[in-house]
Design a protein around this ligand. Sequence first.
Ligand code: ADP
Ligand code: MG
Length: 389
Amino acid sequence: MTPMDLITIKVDDFTAQLFKIYRQVLKEGVTQPVVLGINRSDYMFDHGADSIPALKQVEINTIAASFGGLTSRMTAVHRHVLNVLGKSKEASKLLTNNPSKGISMGIAKAWELYASDRAVVMFLVEETQRNIFDQRCIESELWKRNIRVIRRRFKDVFEKASLDNDKRLYIDGEEVAVVYYREGYVPKSYNKQNWEARLLLERSRAVKCPDIATQLAGTKKVQQELSRPGTLERLLPNKPEAVAQIRATFTGLYSLEMNEEGDKMVAMAIADPERFVLKPQREGGGNNLYGAELKKVLEKIKHSPERTSYILMDKIKPLPALNYLLRAHSPLKIAECVSELGIFGVYIRQGQDFIMNKHVGHLLRTKTVEHADGGVAAGVAVLDTPYAI
Ligand code: ADP
Ligand code: MG
């Protein structure tokens, strides 16, 4: 964590609470050197007037990155549709895509490194489950490998989980090798008991996917800090090509600190709100501010340290394409649409050593242009398939 994050945690209670657990775990000493990351880095094709068209990163998801399961079935759906329309040549061009396989391979490898045949993988799931089938796709791949999976909520962990003297995690008589979070990334997931449950999981010897440090690394604030000149160079020394490739995917990201630079950015955004997106430290869609609302909020908080809980980002401007979105309870009509491409990455680190670092598939989400924000779970976008030409 950089000192910049200390600014964020002063004004954002949720990030502060995560950071408190991170510090506590660090103080106690890390009991599990294996870390499993299942990330999804999201991009849009920028067609801004003054730039060459290029994929620009929207954000990176380091916790509960979803739709790897359901999207693994999408190519077959769209191939079928094209075949029915007599377009078998086009159907054959759709890229094969199976993130569930790669994601489950990562979980299986982490389970193997934990080295206890009896132990299970625990999916930490929401109180009200809205995306269970996506998770089931990954779960069934694990069962196929003879790895047992249980599903539990924070509430169950609080009531029934415990650590033994070696900090091994037990729940309902089962030892847990891997905790796979599909929950825990928004404030409303937590009450006092759930924060205690989270701390227990983080202190345990189970492999966490992700651990709390990795969750914090996925905040919008860290994304903005990574884009500061010199940061990538420091993290990837002697790799100027990699640095240049990564930097080429960044669009403008700005901190709103209480200094001259921050004042300048606030004034710029108020003067030209259509150029920017204002983002709080939140996940899950529907939290960002645009246009008139962005302007209104910035005018209200421009003199308050509260502004540092947000980052400002250049708006990415993809070229709309005409398409039909098939959605429940909504008549089919042609509409101007834009797409967002997510790339799934799975990695395993054991102490300082990289055990796995793989690209395991993609996700394309498409929405109509009238929605500035929101993904599939927010009810705005639909799952799609890229058509390579
Ligand atoms: P969340 O963590 O809520 O998913 P995102 O950063 O992914 O936050 O933003 C949500 C949605 O808002 C994205 O899926 C995208 O459609 C839109 N969005 C976010 N940032 C930008 C941007 N810089 N330019 C254009 N649209 C954006
Ligand atoms: Mg997103």
